[in-house]
Design a protein around this ligand. Structure first.
Ligand SMILES: *[C@@H]1O[C@H](CO)[C@@H](O)[C@H](O)[C@H]1NC(C)=O
Ligand SMILES: *[C@@H]1O[C@H](CO)[C@@H](O)[C@H](O)[C@H]1NC(C)=O
Ligand SMILES: *[C@@H]1O[C@H](CO)[C@@H](O)[C@H](O)[C@H]1NC(C)=O
Length: 422
């Protein structure tokens, strides 16, 4: 059954959007539907994780407008999950990458001066009855993200990502349709990009989920969003909008929460929590708490968790000794792999690993931190070290957990769950 809720916005300058509780959207993995071997999938995810870290690092460098003004074009690091939504009237489907690390929602528009390949046809404003350009007095045309100016009383923008992907065009407003089992519509201010560069990695644009005013979650004024990611990339995962009560209604296990903490300068609009340590088996590793001082970024767009080097090395040593394995000289991209000469890697018992955060003990089942490459006789650790000033909690470690960004109470909530969707 489809319940369609058309929301009337009296004035674009003061949007008030009331969304019905617990809306579900489908998420597909970027490698969804491709016939890739496990090894290829791991390699691709490792490469994307590294590129993502580089992208996030350069966020700080790129916030100097001068360095942003001149942007060479390079391939993007690629993100992990694609969100299905529809834009315009009549609604047309646009798969946008879910990015908790950026601020703007955008897609490529006709007439296009420079557009990237994308799976859906370019958005054509002239074919939609609800499209309008955003007037300059709108508060979403002022302050905040990227570079903006007023040309013929229309708001123009340029927004660039650390990885050299960029988009430039008109800030516009459109009706977006969300949801699968039930759906709702809302007027959303977005970037209609007519000059774009970089790489969209099989999506048709990016949906920024940061805490900045222009992000999708800020515009929808939702109290929280939540994802549950499956371990089978050929199945769909879900994204839900709703309150903590709605999201965890059917979950009988304990929901743990951790307050968001301030990120370092330049990262204030992103989602950080405080990490406190790691347990392997029954042993809490001796890691000085200070290595976690800059917090841990919770990121849907990074595949593999990145730990401060000291913490990562302790974890690796503890696993090697607990599993009685040795390092393999075969590595997969930049991941460390262990060799299993006598038994099939997938038969090797692995200890419970717990990532400790303020308020949350995240218990990782084996498959959330080990990838068995049976035909090579190796097991690879799907976490890595970062030599970079904060840690990143990646999505592989969040598999089969209901992970909620509680925006109203400014905290992260986690509970184990079965995430696959039929
Ligand atoms: C206004 O912004 C657009 C997009 O960022 C840019 O292409 C254009 O050159 C700018 N115009 C002025 C006068 O700065
Ligand atoms: C996009 O995904 C499809 C399968 O869903 C795949 O066949 C195609 O090669 C991908 N394109 C790019 C540019 O990665
Ligand atoms: C925290 O970040 C600052 C600034 O980037 C850096 O100098 C410092 O080394 C970082 N601290 C840790 C423990 O990584």
């Amino acid at each position: 059954m489809h319940i369609s809720l058309v929301l009337l916005i009296i004035s674009l300058a003061t949007p008030t959007i009331c969304i019905p509780g617990d809306i579900q959207l489908e998420l597909t993995h970027v490698d969804y539907g491709r016939q890739l071997t496990k090894l290829e999938l791991i390699k691709r995810a490792a490469r994307r994780s590294q590129a993502r870290a580089a992208l996030l690092t350069s966020k700080a460098c790129n916030s100097n407008p001068l360095s942003r003004a001149n942007i060479p074009i390079h391939p993007s690091g690629g993100l992990e999950y694609v969100l299905e939504l529809a834009i315009g009237t009549p609604p047309r489907p646009y798969p946008l990458v879910l990015d908790t690390g950026s601020d703007l929602i955008w897609t490529q528009c006709k007439p296009c001066s420079r557009c990237l390949p994308q799976p859906s046809p370019l958005f054509d404003p002239s074919k939609s009855s609800t499209f309008s350009l955003l007037p300059c007095y709108n508060k979403l045309c002022q302050g905040g993200f990227g570079q903006r100016n007023c040309t013929k009383n229309h708001c123009m923008y340029t927004y660039s990502y650390g990885d050299q992907t960029y988009t430039s065009g008109s800030i516009s407003s459109e009706t977006f349709t969300f949801g699968t089992s039930s759906e709702f519509k809302a007027h959303i201010v977005f970037g209609c990009g007519t000059i774009n560069g970089g790489d969209l990695d099989n999506s048709s644009g990016i949906a920024g989920f940061s805490r900045e005013a222009t992000s999708l979650v800020s515009q929808l004024s939702i109290s929280g969003f939540s994802h549950c990611m499956t371990d089978d990339i050929n199945k769909r995962s879900t994204l839900r909008f709703g309150t903590q009560e709605e999201i965890y209604r059917d979950i009988k296990v304990l929901v743990q929460t951790s307050k968001f903490v301030d990120g370092p300068p330049f990262y204030e609009t992103l989602y950080f929590i405080a990490m406190t340590g790691i347990t392997v088996g029954t042993k809490r590793l001796s890691i000085p708490k200070s290595v976690f001082n800059n917090g841990t970024l919770v990121d849907s767009g990074t595949a593999f968790t990145q730990l401060p080097e000291v913490a990562y090395n302790k974890l690796k040593e503890a696993l090697l000794s607990d599993m009685k394995l040795s390092m393999s000289d075969k590595s997969v991209e930049n991941l460390d792999c262990f060799s299993s000469p006598s038994i099939l890697p997938s038969r090797v018992k692995a200890p419970k690993v717990i990532l400790h955060f303020e308020g949350i003990d995240m218990k990782l089942p084996r498959e959330n931190y080990i990838a068995d490459i049976d035909d090579q006789g190796i097991l690879c650790l799907t976490m890595m070290k970062t030599d970079y000033s904060f840690g990143i909690l990646g999505n592989t470690q969040q598999i089969n957990m209901q992970v909620m960004y509680d925006l109203k109470n400014s905290k992260l909530a986690i509970a184990p769950n079965q995430c696959y969707k039929k």
